[in-house]
Design a protein around this ligand. Structure first.
Ligand SMILES: CC(C)(COP(=O)(O)OP(=O)(O)OC[C@H]1O[C@@H](n2cnc3c(N)ncnc32)[C@H](O)[C@@H]1OP(=O)(O)O)[C@@H](O)C(=O)NCCC(=O)NCCS
Length: 189
């Protein structure tokens, strides 16, 4: 537990966005390496509310993607990317929260990001709903996530799809001379 639900590259669904564009939600493949490198580096450059603050090199991204694809095949990771017009504009994953402890294998931890040009048109909502469905199918019983207290858009989205706030780590992040709390959300499947 959990078990594989999507193979690398497998399409999960197509989504009609609020602005008329269409997004394809599918599991990532090795061919996504260059796109995923640009994806993470654009988020770092924009300084969005994520833990990562340093850009990735091609070598680091290749190692990261290689590990991710192996975990997808092994069934310990669910990952979706969203493509619009052949470019990756969003990514989300649920991995095991504490893989080293078999007693916690049923708890997943979720991450999500949408690039600026794909935001506010329902893509985050579609990805979150898809990840909840896939997590249930994979056998996860609880999915948790952490978000910056400053990230009001993300918090609105998480509550909307059924997550509830379960805790707060005060001053967990230090950025630009100030401390930011991390809020933990959870959903039971
Ligand atoms: C958070 C994020 C994933 C949302 O994705 P998205 O594709 O824009 O999400 P959607 O378009 O599906 O939904 C956005 C919701 O936020 C609402 N929203 C917009 N601005 C808001 C604000 N200032 N405060 C509260 N809610 C807001 C929208 O109205 C919409 O809600 P609705 O569907 O009820 O109207 C995206 O903004 C993102 O990736 N940001 C950068 C990285 C990040 O913060 N990742 C999360 C880390 S925990």
């Amino acid at each position: 537990m959990p078990m594989p639900v999507l193979r690398p590259g497998q399409t999960f669904k197509e989504v009609a966005l609020k602005d008329g564009r269409k997004a394809v939600l599918r599991a990532p493949t090795w061919q996504d390496l260059d796109d995923l490198l640009e994806f993470i580096n654009e988020l770092v450059e924009e300084r969005v509310d994520i833990l990562r603050t340093v850009k990735s090199s091609l070598k680091e991204e290749a190692e990261w993607l290689g590990e991710r694809l192996a975990s997808i095949e092994a069934g310990s990771l669910i990952a979706l990317v969203a493509e619009i017009g052949g470019r990756i504009v969003a990514s989300s994953e649920v991995g095991q929260w504490r893989p080293e402890y078999p007693g916690s294998n049923h708890v997943g931890i979720l991450g999500i990001a949408v690039l600026k040009n794909g935001r506010e048109v329902g893509l985050g909502t579609a990805l979150m709903e898809s990840m909840i469905r896939l997590s249930t199918q994979a056998g996860f019983k609880v999915v948790i996530l952490d978000t910056f207290a400053t990230n009001t858009v993300a918090q609105h989205l998480y509550r909307k799809v059924g997550f509830a706030e379960v805790g707060r780590i005060p001053k967990a992040i230090h950025r630009d001379g100030s401390y930011i709390d991390l809020i933990r959300f959870a959903i039971e499947m």
